[in-house]
Design a protein around this ligand. Structure first.
Ligand code: SAM
Ligand code: SF4
Ligand code: SF4
Ligand code: SF4
Length: 442
């Protein structure tokens, strides 16, 4: 019953015009129920600790954390951390919030909790946090207080959206509205491939980096002018990603980020890094900009020697310089590196495309916009052909034409590359980041 209340409130929250009064009353209802329960959070990671803070801001105190590493963690603030088997000791008036952002992980941990004690009410802690954050963030928005975009991302912003975060981003990005707006309403984010060089050689790299013949960087001024042009032709770009290759290898990376942050109509700039290029203090200062988000992918298991030392050094300087970042664990990837003909039935292509999580993972490289990494990699490797509408030549369009081209691009039913791709149904799951050299040694 509590789970249903959370779902109903989240549904209202994700509607086009959420009714704040309805959401408020749903949340108050929920808080009254929770106030009478014993609250347990499982596990005690970042998301669990975030939920504890959110509940506490509403006057709901957490009684215990549950974590398999309870013997090491022992306490968070004054809250004891118990091992999962201790769930046996609780009665039916206890609520266990399972705080993980992947549904599969929530299901797995909920199963563990249920096996220990089937009387407990088990709820999705990630969803509960997203809901209970709403009134707190609404107050911040009204008071013109700054938002922490990493907190928003951890709250599920990029995956689920949030009207409050969107309003905040538009305000800080100087977004404008106008009558008869000709700018593309549908094109909302993309990743710029700033260069094709990388320190690692991941066999299953979605951008096929180890297999490209040359490893060029796109000059900073070309990147800036491409991003400016796309931003001017879009109603609002929620964010622009910097990817590669390894973005931190770009010879003008610091100036690039500084100049990108000057462009209006973009919520935030987000860069990935594999962590093997250690940022200096000057770059760290730029990375601390509230409109910049850093995502460090975890290659600690695959990198060796100097590269591994560098990863540790990167994490140390980011900590010392107080640069917040998202650390992507990434235990598993999918292998969709083959360009063999895979989907021969015309009717299946739309289904494949609609189900593919990468269908909006747009990539811009040297003035050409691609729908997804597979299409970009295939064309760069010479295995796939560039086709009209499915890719956009940013240099070849004026702003108004570009807006029309972006709209058409966003509304394709599928792309030809889907014929030569095993995503999303048939791409095998593989360990993340296996290095080319390791394969050759086997
Ligand atoms: C292509 S990389 C580029 C930036 C940087 N070199 C890095 O690895 O973080 C961007 C992201 O894609 C992820 N990635 C690469 N290939 C993948 C695959 N086959 N499946 C899932 N994720 C993949 C990486 O882990 C990384 O987080
Ligand atoms: S996404 Fe951000 S603004 Fe929205 S509820 Fe979560 S933390 Fe608050
Ligand atoms: S670190 Fe791996 S995934 Fe990232 S660009 Fe390099 S080869 Fe690709
Ligand atoms: S080619 Fe099609 S199926 Fe493959 S990753 Fe791109 S959008 Fe997905």
């Amino acid at each position: 019953m509590i789970g249903k209340k959370i779902q109903d409130a989240l549904l209202e929250l994700s509607s086009i015009k959420p009714n704040t009064n309805v959401i408020d009353s749903m949340i108050n209802d929920l808080l009254q129920i929770l106030a009478k329960k014993r609250i347990i959070i499982y596990p005690a990671g970042y998301l669990g600790r975030t939920l504890e803070k959110t509940l506490s801001a509403h006057g709901i105190e957490t009684e215990y954390f549950i974590d398999r590493d309870a013997n090491e963690i022992k306490k968070i603030k004054d809250i004891p951390v118990l091992e999962p088997q201790r769930l046996d000791e609780f009665s039916g008036d206890s609520v266990v919030f399972v705080s993980a952002n992947l549904n599969a992980m929530v299901e797995q941990l909920s199963g563990v909790a249920r096996r220990h004690n089937n009387k407990l009410t088990i709820l999705n802690g990630f969803e509960a946090n997203r809901l209970l954050k709403y009134p707190l963030c609404l107050k911040k928005l009204m008071n013109h207080a700054p938002f922490d975009i990493i907190e928003c991302e951890n709250c599920g912003f990029e995956r689920h959206g949030c009207p409050l975060c969107m309003a905040y981003l538009k305000r800080t990005a100087g977004a404008t509205t106008c009558e008869n707006d000709w700018r593309s309403p549908s094109f909302t984010w993309f990743g710029y491939i700033v260069g094709q060089a990388c320190t690692l050689k991941c066999i299953h790299c979605c951008e096929a980096i180890p297999f490209l013949k040359s490893h060029k960087f796109v000059p900073k001024d070309v990147i800036i002018s491409d991003v400016q042009k796309v931003a001017a032709s879009s109603r609002f770009l929620t964010f622009v990603e910097l990817i590669g290759g390894e973005p931190f290898m770009h010879p003008d990376f610091k100036a690039l980020v500084e100049e990108l942050l000057e462009i209006k109509n973009i919520g935030y700039i987000k860069s990935f890094t594999n962590g093997t290029i250690v940022p200096d203090k000057g770059l760290c200062q730029v990375l601390k900009n509230p409109r910049f988000m850093l995502q460090v992918s975890n290659y600690e298991k695959q990198a060796t020697g100097k590269l591994l030392d560098n990863i540790y050094a990167t994490r140390k300087i980011l900590k010392d310089e107080d640069v917040k970042y998202i650390f992507t664990e990434h235990f598993e990837w999918q292998d969709f590196s083959s360009f063999d003909l895979h989907n021969t039935e015309e009717g299946k292509l739309k289904t494949v495309f609609n189900a593919c999580p990468l269908r909006n993972c747009n990539r811009l490289y040297s003035g050409i916009l691609y729908r997804c990494p597979h299409q970009y990699a295939g064309i760069e490797l010479g295995k796939l052909k560039k086709r009209a509408v499915e890719s956009v030549d940013v240099h070849g369009h004026q702003e108004k034409d570009l807006a029309d081209a972006l709209e058409a691009f966003e509304h394709v039913n599928y792309i030809d590359a889907c014929r030569y791709c095993s995503m999303p149904f048939d791409a095998p799951v593989v360990p993340a980041g296996i290095q080319l050299i390791q394969k050759e040694e086997v």
